[in-house]
Design a protein around this ligand. Structure first.
Ligand code: PLP
Length: 446
């Protein structure tokens, strides 16, 4: 096997489409353990990305590896579209019980977060008999046509591919950058809620709307929590108009924010919810979970996939739930998240280019700004993340000027401290004007 990153990438590149990878670092990964990944040249990196929050239990967790291996030796695949398997049959009620919903709950399987969000569209329309879905700017819901139609975080997710799915209306997400100087939180929420209602008052009859779909904490939108008062207002609006309230937990669920589900930070119960990524510790499994009466509104085969809910992915998910519970990873996310928040706040005091810091468990968005304007600084962000990479940690950016901090929840305290000292060194070097952008800076990131 070739052991040179650049050589392997060159060969892959000859046969691999540009649209399928957001470019960051020229590495080819070989193996991982806990919060460390190693490339084919044998270089170790502290993983501060957790494979885009899809390996919350860390790499190669022995209990999960064993569950996958044991299941592989018994039965790799029989399509759940026709027959049940014992792993999926065990997982469905476990997930139904974990869902933050009272009353009977049911589950459908998918292969990706994207198709779980497609399922939200299908079941919301099926149950309500209404066509429109309302989603938010800044949202990332996935890469299938349905979920891409719901998304609004990159023009390249629509460019040249239209028409998108009809019946989707986007309203502005109340992200902190929308807030005016001197505007109080209440004034901000009121203004954003007015914006939310504008479509409903001008061209979108509320009784034609099937669902409102929101990431309670936007992931790719910058790790941004919806202001709780705003969340309550749109929830109340939904309930007042017979609109289903749906949440996307693909990125922020599975313990990432210190709770099982990010909607649990709001005391609100969704009607429908999508889950994926870390559900099976990164194996391709997703679920859409919803109130039973909604889930019973469609008949088979409205939502079947040959491999969704297969024995291996569901064995991995059962083991993942065990590990999160046994190793108290929710508490761990909270506790280590507090340490990380303290670290970044301290750095914020020291370095004027660190703007807003948002941490919800081990889940952070750190704005890198131009101190002169207060606006995001993509060049400084690229310099920083590239230097952090050179120093041995993998971190990427969101929206060009936000550092995305999402390590596996099993990261050790020693590893976390090491990550802090790497980042501190990069911040010091940036402040001293010592960092240069890599030659291909323009190609990197979203
Ligand atoms: C919030 C959210 N929803 C959905 C998705 C899509 O998941 P997948 O890439 O597994 O299709 C993602 C992926 O980044 C996501 O962050």
């Amino acid at each position: 096997m070739e052991k040179n990153n650049n050589e392997v990438l060159k060969r892959e590149n000859a046969a691999f489409a540009t649209a399928a990878r957001i470019k960051y670092y020229d590495i080819v990964l070989d193996h991982g353990q806990g919060a460390i990944v190693t490339d084919i040249e044998g270089r170790d990196y502290l993983d501060l990305l957790a494979s885009a929050s899809s390996t919350n239990t860390g790499h190669a967790h022995p209990q999960i590896v064993k569950a996958i291996q044991d299941q592989a030796a018994k039965l790799i695949q029989y399509t759940p579209a026709y027959f049940a398997n014992s792993q999926a049959a065990r997982l469905a009620p476990r997930l139904a019980k974990l869902a933050p919903m009272t009353g009977p709950v049911e589950v459908v399987w998918g292969n990706s977060g994207s198709d779980a969000n497609d399922a939200i569209i299908k079941f919301a329309r099926g149950y309500t008999g209404r066509q429109y879905i309302v989603s938010f700017t800044g949202a990332y819901h996935g890469s299938t046509y349905g979920s891409m139609s719901l998304s609004a975080v990159s023009l390249n997710m629509a460019r040249k591919m239209g028409p998108m799915l009809p019946g989707v209306v986007k309203v502005p997400f109340p992200s902190p950058w929308e807030r005016l100087a001197n505007e109080s939180e209440d004034e901000f929420v009121d203004r954003m809620f007015k914006n939310f209602k504008l479509p409903f008052e001008t061209y979108l009859p509320a009784d034609d709307v099937a669902a409102i779909l929101i990431e309670p904490i936007q992931g790719d939108g910058g790790i941004v929590k919806t202001p709780p008062a705003y969340m309550q207002k749109i929830y109340d609006f939904a309930k007042a108009h017979g609109i289903l309230f749906a949440v996307d937990e693909v990125n922020q669920g599975m313990g990432r924010t210190g709770k099982w589900w990010s909607i649990q930070h709001f005391g609100i119960e969704p009607d429908l919810m999508s889950v994926g990524k870390s559900l099976a510790s990164g194996l391709p499994l997703s679920a859409m979970i919803g109130r039973k009466e909604i889930m019973e509104s469609l008949a088979a085969p409205a939502n079947v996939y040959t491999t969704a809910g297969n024995p291996i992915t569901t064995a991995a998910a059962n083991a993942t739930l065990d590990v999160i519970q046994d190793e108290h990873l929710l508490e761990r996310s909270q506790k280590l998240g507090q340490k990380a928040a303290a670290f970044f706040k301290e750095e914020q005091e020291k370095f004027p280019f660190i703007g807003d810091v948002r941490m919800y468990g081990l889940d952070g968005g750190i704005d890198i700004i131009d101190p002169a304007t207060g606006k995001g600084d993509p060049v400084a962000t690229t310099k920083l993340m590239y230097r952090i990479f050179e120093l041995g940690a993998i971190i990427i950016s969101l929206r060009g000027s936000i550092l995305r901090f999402q390590p596996p929840l099993v990261i050790t305290e020693e590893e976390l401290t090491r990550a802090f000292s790497i980042m501190d060194r990069a911040f010091i070097e940036l402040a001293a004007g010592k960092l240069a952008a890599p030659a291909n800076a323009d190609e990197l990131g979203w």
